[in-house]
Design a binder for this molecule. Structure first.
Ligand SMILES: O=C(O)CCC(=O)C1=CC=C[C@@H](O)[C@@H]1C(=O)O
Ligand SMILES: [Mg+2]
Length: 346
């Protein structure tokens, strides 16, 4: 069946009301941590994370602070799914991981990459507000120089370019041999138009979609419009491992599993999703614990020799105490859980 004739199905799997435990159970044992990052990432210097404990384990609830309850409620559904349901059975026991390079100056690239043991793929942030295309080119050039000719390099613009800017930027950046460009333009139509424009000018760069899936009311529109070559699928914004798996299966594109600047609790859910996929042609963006100065598990889920083993590390009470957020922030997160829970049961 061609992608344009996919059957009309309901948009992304939102949790059914009967699957949502009572608020009192969700809040029981809630912990909130604030973990410093050694390298600023998307403006974040301290990552605040709420952790829920349920019958099947811990779940991570860490929507970025600016997200409103409607969007953040999917992240709560994901945390609840991890803490109250089993994950699907894995078909692999390890997952290849990419290094993630924030929008740092070119002379800091080698230091960032040194945190990623054995990773042969790097994702490089580009189109950061206030920076120039030349800074992007220098950063990507530094990644290529550090990793060598056999490494795979992808860029992520977080929708920061217009179609014309993306065309110009990618025709320069493709000199460094790009695996793909993630969310070069903000809209699905922009991605579609860019794919056409790149093909016309013979710029050989694949287009991947991230925000057009994780922030979309209907992630399937992307496939219907043939707007991307690759789908980036993230557990938390899509409502959990099983909901994300459904998106991955339905969209009909090669999948990259990525994360949301999670602690090892959230990364374990991403690894569980990646482990269920029969085809995993790209390294996954699940290495961001390496950007943190601390973590909440006994053994951090970070890549070793370029891979993460499929496992669910135990949460460490001492680490929860060490990174415990201040009381006013804990109260803020309790209110946030409350607001998101209201959305889920409404
Ligand atoms: O995919 C990766 O290499 C790591 C995750 C990552 O890049 C992101 C995590 C969280 C927020 C985003 O700005 C960013 C992304 O856009 O993919
Ligand atoms: Mg992205």
């Amino acid at each position: 069946m061609s992608r344009s004739s996919l059957p009309a199905e309901p948009p992304v799997a939102t949790p059914r009301r009967r699957d949502v435990p009572p608020l009192v159970d969700v809040l029981d044992g809630l912990r909130v941590v604030s973990i410093p990052l050694h390298t600023k990432f998307r403006g974040v210097t301290h990552r605040e994370i709420a952790l829920l404990q349920g019958p099947t384990g811990w779940g991570e609830f860490s929507p970025f602070l600016e997200y409103e309850p409607h969007e953040a409620s999917r992240w709560l559904a994901s945390a609840i799914a991890s803490a109250w349901e089993d994950w699907p059975a894995p078909v692999r026991d390890q997952v290849a991981i990419n290094a993630t390079v924030p929008a740092v100056a070119a002379d800091r690239v080698a230091s960032v990459l040194s945190h990623y043991d054995g990773c042969r793929t790097a994702k490089v942030k580009v189109a950061e507000a206030g920076q120039t295309l030349q800074q992007d080119v220098d950063r990507v050039a530094a990644v290529r120089a550090t990793m060598g000719p056999d490494a795979r390099i992808r860029v992520d613009a977080n929708g920061g370019w217009t179609v014309d800017e993306a065309r110009t930027a990618l025709s320069r950046l493709c000199a460094y041999d790009l695996e793909y460009a993630e969310q070069p333009c903000a809209t699905v139509e922009g991605l579609r138009d860019l794919r056409i424009a790149l093909a016309r000018q013979h710029t050989d760069v694949l287009v991947a979609a991230d925000e057009s899936i994780r922030k979309a009311e209907d992630p399937m529109r992307l496939a219907l419009l043939e707007a991307a070559d690759v789908a980036v699928v993230k557990v938390a914004p899509l409502g959990g491992v099983r909901a994300a798996l459904e998106v991955a299966q339905r969209c009909g594109l090669p999948i990259v599993v990525s994360s949301a600047l999670d602690s090892s609790v959230g990364i374990a859910a991403g690894v569980a999703l990646a482990a269920t996929l029969p085809q995993l042609p790209f390294a996954c963006g699940l290495g961001t614990v390496n950007l943190f100065e601390g973590d909440v598990t006994v053994e951090r889920l970070v890549p070793q020799d370029g891979v993460i083993e499929v496992r669910r590390p135990a949460v460490d009470e001492a680490a929860l105490d060490r990174w415990q957020a201040l009381p006013d922030r804990v109260e803020w997160w309790i209110q946030r859980v409350h607001a998101c829970h209201d959305v889920l049961i409404s």
